[in-house]
Ligand binder design. Sequence first.
Ligand SMILES: CC(C)(COP(=O)(O)OP(=O)(O)OC[C@H]1O[C@@H](n2cnc3c(N)ncnc32)[C@H](O)[C@@H]1OP(=O)(O)O)[C@@H](O)C(=O)NCCC(=O)NCCS
Length: 231
Amino acid sequence: MSPSRTLEEVYPPFGLRVTCGDLVLRGITDELIMPLVEVARRGVHDKGEEENPLGFDWTAAPPRYLAINYARWAWGHRVNFTRDSFILALAVEYQGEIVGVQEGKGEKFHLTRSISTGSWIGREFQGRGIGTLMRQVFCTFLIDQLGTQEVISGAFTDNPASQRVSEKTGYVRNGIHRIPRGTRSAADSLMYRLTPGTLVRPKEPVEVEGLEPLRRFLGLEGDAGGSAEPA
Ligand SMILES: CC(C)(COP(=O)(O)OP(=O)(O)OC[C@H]1O[C@@H](n2cnc3c(N)ncnc32)[C@H](O)[C@@H]1OP(=O)(O)O)[C@@H](O)C(=O)NCCC(=O)NCCS
């Protein structure tokens, strides 16, 4: 029996590619999991538990757990991404090399058009403008292709690189939120909000493959979408 639909049609993030110059944001298919683990294993930051930039520092797992933890995280998205629970994590490829992840989350996106972003890249790739480019490309995609009306981000007060990336993408400061940091403490996170009118687009054009199946999956085309019900 030959399947009438491809896996990319059933789970559209697998077929999504957002390209801008040397940068590609790609759905995290199985063959990208171990390259991402390898980047993380080489290091994302050099901070201790209570200064880590990620809040929950999954990179601090003992090496023997890092890969399975990461695979479970990636596989979990496939289970949990529905129309009502938007969770899109994309691998970042720069000049043909896997360098990190750009993700967005939101509840009932078809109603709110609101997404919260998070990202990381390996230390070896930081400080070269890639973090800014991937955020500008992702936000341009969210706003132009999915009709997003606000993008939210947070950065601990001692994470100037993340704050600068938000500023360079056009986010505006809109408060402070106290969140857990590590397993024993909490810290202030500066909150940022981007709206379509303040977006700073990348210099080169953003091209998208696999958009229509994703829009249907999200219920943006009048389809029930979201895999909550068999499609
Ligand atoms: C945050 C992160 C994605 C940024 O990526 P990146 O490629 O390093 O960012 P860019 O090179 O595009 O830009 C970094 C900006 O921060 C600035 N910056 C970096 N360290 C800084 C510091 N200690 N003080 C002041 N500015 C600093 C850089 O000068 C640059 O700004 P500029 O272009 O105006 O000079 C990356 O550093 C990262 O993955 N960090 C670890 C995980 C993390 O913090 N994730 C975000 C959690 S909210």
